[in-house]
Design a protein around this ligand. Structure first.
Ligand code: MSP
Length: 513
């Protein structure tokens, strides 16, 4: 089946409508999925909604709606958002689906069989907002209310019978695994946080709740529902039809290439999830990447702070590709980033409209006038042409390696420099002064067209629609994009017609312009 790549987003809580933070996780995952696809990989890309637990049950109760009905409604807004964001996910999983419930119960039984689960009693703090158990030393009191120090969410005291997972026993195997697989947790700074958390000692983890019913029942004990994180994490397997190990999806795509998540849920993915998998004798995912937060007014978005940014509003105003471009370029991947309308408008005007859109427009207009609207046939590359073309063949492997390290900043910088150099090359070569020397004029134009093609390929994972619009110049369609051909300088069919295209990006007129 060739090269395979399995990427996942977190599955989102349908407790409220999606916001920019959710859109960010999904857009980044789509960027990687598209890149790998044009690089010849067979890609599985999973997203979905995480629908059980007290958080969802209470959100539904607040609205006075039956829980499943409530989930159906909000899960649909996440599914719709996937379409609006032009995601190429190959599946959308809901944890209320039967296929998922079966997987979770199977995994539970497996853990039970392996003596990894035992019945006891949990007495301690629980945050419904984080769906997490906390120790005393992770709690502080603010204005008489107990809150989690890290997330600032409120906690309540829980005292109930519960099944426990023997997490403590996996402390050493996990540390060994991190050591042997230095790229398992990225970025590096976050890895260190996880390692010190594990080194500080792991306690057994409560993995069932008895005081409410909205969840997947513990097999053979329907008084308990399975802890929502054990339930949710299993989605990465259930979408591949686990436990059907002979199923093609499972065989081809497990272990996952990368779980892309936000930094706030790293502990669940880098500690609990690998421990569950080790305990069930299932191979571990290759990588967990914890990205930063999208901040609104320098703070994490939350309903209680009232600073939620709505991706749909921004898309309505500026279009999808500008938003995708902005989030991928301006939020330094791995770190937090603030959304600014000013910077978004700058991206549109300078990078997209001027450097990219204008180049396409200018060059096609020139071909129309001076090359009979065709890709020149008779050409002879000179040193200057080869110098700029070789940038792509020389860097193809470097680009792949950087993407495999999730170095999005490198990738975007490469494109921005390419655009800058392409414009400079066209200006410096002055083809309009070469009308007496058709061979030279042809060669400059051919070179510039090749560069535009290569840049469109590179832009495709970031701004797919606009890249495809620009590729219409050459009549190249989506399924024909092949990354490796950026190393080929004679890809374009000489003598073929060049199509004129509409303006790709409209410049934003700023108030102080
Ligand atoms: N349901 C769990 C994930 C289970 S995965 C097995 C969850 N859901 S969530 O809806 O609260 O968050 C989903 C993702 O969105 C998380 O990765 C979280 O980090 C991300 N974001 C939520 N707010 C965010 C920002 N403001 N910025 C960037 N990402 C943020 O956690």
């Amino acid at each position: 089946m060739g090269k395979r790549f399995y990427i996942t987003t977190p599955i989102y809580y349908p407790s409220a409508k999606p916001h920019m933070g959710h859109a960010y996780s999904s857009i980044i995952a789509d960027f990687f999925a598209r890149f790998k696809r044009i690089d010849g990989f067979n890609v599985s890309f999973l997203t979905g909604t995480d629908e059980h637990g007290l958080k969802i049950q209470r959100a539904a109760e607040k609205k006075n709606i039956e829980v499943l009905e409530f989930c159906n409604e909000i899960s649909k807004t996440f599914r719709d958002l996937s379409k609006t964001l032009n995601l190429t996910n190959t599946d959308f999983i809901r944890t209320t689906e039967d296929r998922h419930k079966k997987s979770v119960q199977f995994l539970w039984n497996k853990l039970k069989e392996n003596d990894e689960i035992y019945l006891s009693k949990y007495s301690g703090w629980y945050s419904v907002s984080d769906e997490a158990f906390y120790n005393n030393d992770e709690i502080e009191e603010i204005d008489g209310e107990k809150k989690v120090i890290s997330s600032k969410s409120s906690v309540e005291w829980v005292d109930e019978e519960s099944y426990f997972f023997r997490l403590s026993k996996w402390e050493k195997p996990l540390l060994d695994f991190y050591k042997k697989n230095p790229d398992f947790i990225l970025p590096e700074s976050r890895k260190n946080e996880v390692i010190s958390f594990v080194k500080s000692g792991l306690k057994d983890l409560s993995v069932s709740r008895k005081s409410f019913s909205w969840g997947i029942k513990v097999p053979d004990d329907d008084q308990h529902v399975i802890y929502v994180w054990l339930d949710a994490l299993t989605n990465y397997l259930s979408a591949l039809n686990y436990p059907n190990l002979k199923d093609d999806l499972f065989k081809n795509f497990w272990p996952a290439s990368i779980h892309l998540i936000g930094k706030d849920i790293l502990r669940f993915h880098a500690v609990y999830w690998p421990a569950f998998l080790l305990a069930a004798n299932i191979e571990l995912p290759k990588k967990v990447y914890g990205h930063g937060w999208i901040l609104s007014g320098e703070e994490k978005m939350s309903k209680s702070k009232g600073n939620i940014l709505d991706p749909i509003k921004i898309i309505d105003e500026y279009g999808l590709d500008p938003l995708r471009y902005y989030l991928i370029k301006e939020v330094s991947f791995g770190n937090d980033g603030n959304i600014s309308q000013e910077r978004l408008e700058d991206c549109i005007n300078s990078d997209l409209a001027n450097n990219f859109g204008n180049l396409c427009q200018r060059v096609t207009a020139f071909v129309d006038k001076n090359c009979e609207g065709k890709i020149p046939e008779n050409i002879l590359f000179e040193k200057d042409d080869l110098k700029i073309l070789n940038r792509y063949s020389d860097n193809l492997e470097v680009i792949r390696n950087n993407i495999d390290k999730q170095n999005i900043n490198f990738y975007v910088d490469f494109i921005i420099n390419s655009l800058f150099e392409a414009n400079k090359y066209f200006n410096d070569q002055e083809p309009w002064k070469k009308k007496e020397n058709q061979l030279r004029l042809n060669s400059i134009i051919f070179t510039t067209l090749e560069i535009i093609r290569k840049i469109c390929y590179l832009l495709y994972p970031i701004i797919p629609d606009s890249s495809l619009k620009a590729l219409k110049i050459f009549n190249i369609r989506e399924n024909q994009i092949d990354l490796s051909s950026i190393a080929n300088h004679n890809f374009l069919n000489k003598g073929n017609d060049i199509k004129k295209i509409d303006i790709l990006f409209k410049k934003i007129i700023k108030e102080n312009d």
